[in-house]
Each structure stands twice: as structure tokens, then as C-alpha cells.
Design a protein around this ligand. Structure first.
Ligand code: DGL
Length: 260
């Protein structure tokens, strides 16, 4: 099974991308709703939760892990890779690769939670590949609650986006990484604000799905070990109506959340 974890249900954007790009491969998802949000937590807490989430998924049959949460990926990826034997994928590296190969001007913007932006992981990874590129990062802590409220098209959301994105616009970026699980749901508004023809948006949920697709094609022996089937399971550590509504919004259909 492909194990995916996130701080909550936002990471279902990754599950949706995996479902679309790798149909028939069984997904097991764990959303840590009891301890969400991760974006405002310390690296130590996020690492501890990420280890527990990975253990849960492996115990329940995951043969591959995807860290869907940018905040977790930014501080816990290396530790999880050292600790667990299964292949571990995360949303940051594929998004960086796409951003580096897409930009023409070398001016790349990154938006994410406070934890992700504070880690400077995107900047480090972009500079490793292209030291001459300029990276402009902006923490956007209000966007996750707005998405969770379902305010995907609200006037207030547009105003807040304007406030967050205008400084990036002034930096003449031509590529913007959506470095958070929730931001793909605001893609249209963000694209509109940045200028769709001027700025390419990098959706890390799609990029990690494409990376996994390539990996499994290149490694048929590993692909064989992943249980097939369409009965994806979505576990959560707490259950709220709002989370169920967000899950439904992401998939466009009802999702049975199983509380553990
Ligand atoms: N999943 C988190 C991320 O991608 C956003 C929500 C949270 O802060 O927990 O960074």
C-alpha cells in the first residue's frame, strides 16, 4: 500500500493526485487531526508526530510512505529516511525540481506555513541545484484556516492573498511553489492574483505523484509488493465535521474517515 500522512485532511490533495496518476494502487492515509496544525509547531514536535504517523502506516501495511505535509517534510524527511527501511517520498524535492527546470528568470517564489518557511528548506534545495537563482519566501499562516472554513472564493480570502502575494509580485518571480497541502485549493485565486500567463504555479501534490509514478515504473519489483485495489483507507486521529467537509471538497465526493 502507498502510505500517505499529513497533519490533517489537507494532504488529501496528494492522495487525490496519487489516485489519479496511479490508479489501482491501494492508498492508506493518516491525517493527524488531533494534533493539527503542524505549521505553527516546533520542529521537535513535528518530528515526533511524523515518526508516530510513519509507524502507524507501516504497521497497517504501507510499503512506501509519502509525507504529504510540507511542514513535516521540511523538518522530518531525513530523520524518517534514516529511521525506516521503506522508501520515503515527500512533497518538497519534486516541487523544487519542477521549479528549477521551469523558471526562466531564476526568480522563484515559495509560499507555505511558518514551519516550512522558517526551515528554509526550499531555498536550500533550490540553491543546491542552481546557486545563482533567487528565492523569495513568504509564510502565509492565514491561508490554511481560510481553506478549512471553505472560504475558497471569499472576498476576505482574496484580500489576504493580495497582501501575501503582492511582495512576491514585486520581485518579478516567474515561478511560484505552492508549498502547503491546502494551497492547491486556492490555485485559481493565486493564479489570478499573480497573473496566470506570467507566473507558473508549482503544485507539489501533482509533482510528488509524478515522481512516484516514475519510481514505480523504474522499479517493477517494488511495485509488485504494493497491494493493488481501489479500497483506499482514510484514517484520522480525530474527527470533525469541518475536516469531513474539507475532505469532500478535495475529492469532490464523500470520503469515509475512520477515527483511530
Ligand atoms: N499540512 C500542512 C502543510 O502542508 C498545513 C496544515 C498545518 O499547518 O498543519 O504545511
Amino acid at each position: 500500500m502507498i502510505g500517505i500522512f499529513d497533519s490533517g485532511v489537507g494532504g488529501m490533495t496528494v492522495a487525490r493526485a496519487v489516485e489519479t496518476l496511479l490508479p489501482g494502487n491501494q492508498i492508506i492515509y493518516y491525517g493527524d487531526l488531533a494534533r493539527t496544525p503542524y505549521g505553527s509547531k516546533s520542529p521537535e514536535a513535528i518530528i515526533e508526530y511524523s515518526i508516530a504517523n510513519t509507524e502507524f502506516l507501516i504497521e497497517h501495511g504501507a510499503g512506501i510512505i509519502i509525507i504529504a505535509c510540507n511542514s513535516a517534510a521540511s523538518v522530518a524527511s531525513d530523520i524518517l529516511r534514516r529511521k525506516f527501511a521503506v522508501p520515503i517520498f515527500e512533497v518538497i524535492t519534486p516541487a523544487v525540481e519542477r521549479a528549477v527546470s521551469s523558471t526562466v528568470s531564476g526568480n522563484i517564489g515559495v509560499i507555505g506555513t511558518r514551519a516550512t518557511i522558517r526551515s528554509t528548506i526550499y531555498e536550500q534545495k533550490i540553491k543546491q541545484q542552481a546557486p545563482e537563482f533567487r528565492v523569495f519566501s513568504k509564510a502565509c499562516p492565514l491561508l490554511v484556516p481560510l481553506v478549512e472554513e471553505g472560504w475558497l472564493n471569499a472576498r476576505e480570502t482574496k484580500m489576504i492573498l493580495r497582501k501575501y502575494l503582492t511582495p512576491l509580485k514585486h520581485k518579478q518571480i516567474d515561478t511560484l511553489v505552492l508549498g502547503c497541502t491546502h494551497y492547491p485549493l486556492l490555485k485559481d485565486l493565486i493564479g489570478h492574483r499573480m497573473g496566470k500567463s506570467r507566473v507558473r504555479l508549482i503544485d507539489s501534490s501533482i509533482e510528488v505523484g509524478l515522481t512516484l509514478q516514475k519510481y514505480l515504473t523504474a522499479k517493477p519489483a517494488i511495485h509488485e509488493t504494493i497491494q493493488r485495489g481501489n479500497e483506499n483507507k482514510y484514517f484520522v486521529s480525530d474527527m470533525t465535521k469541518a475536516a469531513a467537509a474539507t475532505a469532500e471538497q478535495i475529492f469532490g465526493r464523500h470520503i469515509d474517515l475512520i477515527k483511530v
